[in-house]
Structure formats: C-alpha cells, structure tokens
Design a binder for this molecule. Structure first.
Ligand SMILES: Cc1ncc(COP(=O)(O)O)c(C=O)c1O
Length: 429
C-alpha cells in the first residue's frame, strides 16, 4: 500500500488540470491565527521603549536594575578561579551537578525553613516535573480555578485519578469539592488515597492572597487521617511577602503543613529558575522521576550565582526596606484609584487585594485603556482570554519598589482621561 504523504493537519482539495492543490500546514496555522485575531485574542511579541515607566513587569523589588544586586552578582562571578566552568555541562543527573548547586540548595532550604530544596530551570519546569510525577495513580488533585498554566500542564501529564477544580480562593469551594470526592470514594476517608490541594499564595492575574489557614482547617477537618497534601506555588510572593521576602507561607508560619512549596526566581528576584521545597524522600523521588529535571541541562554557574546573590540580599535583610517601600506605593495607588471620577456609562472597576503589588483594572475595553497608557509612556498590559476567563478582561498594573509617587500620579491621570473620553464617546452615540 502506498503511504499517504499528506502532512498531518492538512487537507487536500482538487485543483484544475489534474493538479491537486493543498491547503498547506502554514495555511492552517495562519487560518487559526486569523480566527484568534478576529476574537481580538491574538498574542504578539512586543518591545516597549526603555524610557517608558514600568507598571507591568514582575520585577516587584526593582532588583533587576539594582546596583547592589549587580555588584554582588559580579563579585560572586569574579571570586571563582578562571578554570571554574561557566556551563553546567549537562543534566543534573549526569555532569550538570556541582558542589555550588548543592550548597545553594542548602542555603535556600535554610532560608525557607524547609527540610530540603531542589533547583529546577524554571517555575514552569518545577510545576510540570512535580505534578506529573508525585501524585500517584488513583490520587485526587483539587486545584484552585485560577491556578497557573504550568500546573495545568503538570496535571495533564499526571497519572493521578480525579482532578477537580474548586472556586477561586474559596474555603467553602474546597470543602464542597473535597466532600464530594470523599462521598464518591471511601478509600479517601480511610486514608488509602492521597488528596493534593493546589494553590498559589498570590495569584498572578488577580493578585489576591490565598486564605491558606482556612484551607488547612478544611483539610484537617475532612481528612483527619493526614492524607491531604498542600502544594503551594509562591511565584509572586517570593521576595515580596513574609519575613525577608520568604513568602506568605512563612509569614503565616505554616511551612510544616505544606508538602511542596515552589518559589521562582524570575520575578522579584531578578534571576531565573525555581526551587522546590520538600522532604528528603520527595526530593529523592523527583531526582528519579521528574522528567523536566532529568532530561534538561541544569542551570549554569552564572544563573546559580545570580540566584545566590538575590538570596544573600534577602537573607541580609537589605530588601526589607524595598518591601516596605512597595507597600507605601501600593497605598498611594489605592488612594489615587479611589479618587478617580467614574461614570455609569463606562464599565470600570478596581479589583485589588490590599497589600498586593498586582492590581486589576476591570473594563470591557482593556486594549484601549492599555494603548492610551502605553502611548503616553506608561507600560501596562491588557489581559485577555484565554489567559483569563471570558468576561474577566482587565488591565493589569504591577507596582515596583522603584516606581515613584509622581509616576503613579501620571498613570492615574491617564486613566482619568481615558474614563472621561470614553464617557464622551458613549454620550455622543
Ligand atoms: C504562579 C506561577 N507559577 C509558575 C510560573 C512559571 O515560572 P517561570 O516563569 O519561572 O517559569 C509563573 C510565571 O508566570 C507563575 O505566575
């Protein structure tokens, strides 16, 4: 039999004069992109001018441009002999391990009051590696509806049994989801099946802090056999919340109740990579089964040094003043937003958890508002589905310790002028 050489995802259409014309793969890709464009959901890479004011990046402590951080990083780089390899040279399991990496892990474990620490190349890799390997066949995963895409990817690859979503940051929602699993499967109440509860401590798009203690109370009550395991992703809390930026879990003092904690370094720590904090058996299991750790080149020395530099600064207490400054600016922006003159005719709502550096400006026209701000030198981003659910479109504003009150005043003036203009436009109709 002759093999069909049509590339996957393409269709054949008959052409003229005996020729066959194909809808090529590129045609299919372009058509899919056009459909996304029609829904105003097409993503694009953008480069905004460096002179613009950053109200968008995750560089919450402004460490990325801090000379103290840069100097410490360069000192760590320079203090090694010239023969010290820059590259890791392979997977952690082959040539990519080093005493430097292991010392860094010990330092991170001590800082975060965890039994052990294991580095991953990114938060994405950490979530995929842990969630695809740790929950065992038949185990249950309950996850917050706003959990990050990388956790979804990990769950997709997992051998676990049911994966159920619960309402965002809702202890009642968690209780209902857990109770319904218990009702369906007596092995859960007997402690014969594990239940993983997946949350973030601060949510990337909504910026709210999870009610972790309330969640613990629900799990303690419904799973007295101790087979409930918390998995908390602290990506956005790292450096920003808790003692010396150690995160929300340590602020609450509940680190011993978390089975796994993930901290990432690409946001407030101005670096790259992530650490999984867990017990020694779990660490050993991950070294054996987490494919996103095993089948990739380990972080090289420059990245390890930059992570070390960031954590040395946290541990020294130097960033506490930045944490406080960030809170002052959050207070200032809240005040300015509360003073905006809004109109019934223009949908606009501020959605904000009081201490969070991430603020949502909910509007049905986020692209217009973001464009006006960008044209006037303020970088903010419109956040559209599929990144967030339909109907939850917004402009996301992120504050940084390096922003100023004057910049915040400029941004809020721009928001006011957009509100006024939108109202005038609606009134003309
Ligand atoms: C909650 C959360 N987890 C994980 C990640 C992924 O981390 P990384 O950027 O280090 O891959 C992100 C980043 O966007 C995130 O917001």
């Amino acid at each position: 039999m002759k093999a069909d050489m049509t590339p996957p995802g393409t269709s054949r259409t008959s052409g003229t004069a005996g020729k066959t014309s194909h809808k090529t793969l590129v045609d299919s890709l372009s058509a899919t992109l056009s459909r996304r464009e029609a829904k105003s959901a097409r993503r694009r890479l953008t480069i905004l001018p460096r002179t613009a004011v950053d109200f968008s990046s995750n560089d919450f402590l402004s460490l990325s441009t801090s000379s103290a951080y840069r100097e410490r990083f360069l000192a760590l780089l320079n203090n090694t002999p010239p023969s010290f390899p820059l590259a890791s040279g392979g997977s952690r399991l082959l040539d990519g391990n080093s005493a430097y990496a292991e010392e860094l892990e010990n330092f991170l474990a001590t800082f975060h009051r965890a039994p052990t620490a294991l580095l991953f190349n990114s938060g994405y890799d950490a979530n995929v590696g842990v969630l695809s390997s740790i929950p065992q066949p038949g185990d249950v995963i309950l996850y917050d509806e706003f959990i990050h895409a990388s956790a979804h990817e990990g769950m997709r690859l997992s051998r676990a049994g049911p994966r159920e979503m619960f309402a965002h940051s809702s202890p009642v929602g968690l209780r209902e989801a857990l109770q319904s699993q218990i009702d369906e499967d007596p092995a859960i109440a007997e402690g014969a099946r594990n239940v993983f509860v997946l949350i973030e401590s601060i949510y990337s798009m909504d910026g709210d802090v999870a009610p972790i203690k309330e969640f613990i109370a629900v799990v303690d009550e419904l799973l007295p056999q101790g087979n409930g395991y918390f998995y908390v992703d602290e990506a956005h809390a790292t450096g920003v919340f808790g003692p010396r930026g150690a995160g929300v879990v340590q602020e609450l003092g509940v680190q011993d109740r978390m089975f796994i904690r993930v901290h990432t370094f690409g946001k407030a720590l101005a670096s790259h990579g992530a650490v999984v904090l867990c017990g020694p058996e779990t660490r050993d299991y991950l070294i054996n089964y987490a494919r996103s750790l095993i089948y990739t080149t380990a972080l090289g020395f420059p990245f390890l040094a930059s992570i070390r530099a960031a954590y040395e600064i946290l541990a020294s207490g130097e960033t506490e003043s930045l944490q406080r400054r960030l809170q002052e600016l959050i207070g200032h922006l809240r005040q300015r937003l509360a003073g905006l003159h809004t109109y019934q005719s223009v949908m606009f709502e501020v959605d904000h958890f009081p201490t969070s550096p991430i603020i949502s400006l909910r509007t049905s026209q986020p692209r217009q508002l973001a464009s006006l701000c960008q044209e006037n030198g303020f970088i903010v981003r419109a956040i559209m589905p599929p990144t967030i659910p339909e109907g939850k479109e917004r402009v996301r504003v992120c504050l940084h310790a390096g922003n100023t009150e004057a910049e915040i005043d400029g941004l809020t003036r721009m928001i006011q002028s957009w509100l006024d203009q939108s109202h005038r436009n609606v009134s003309k109709l």
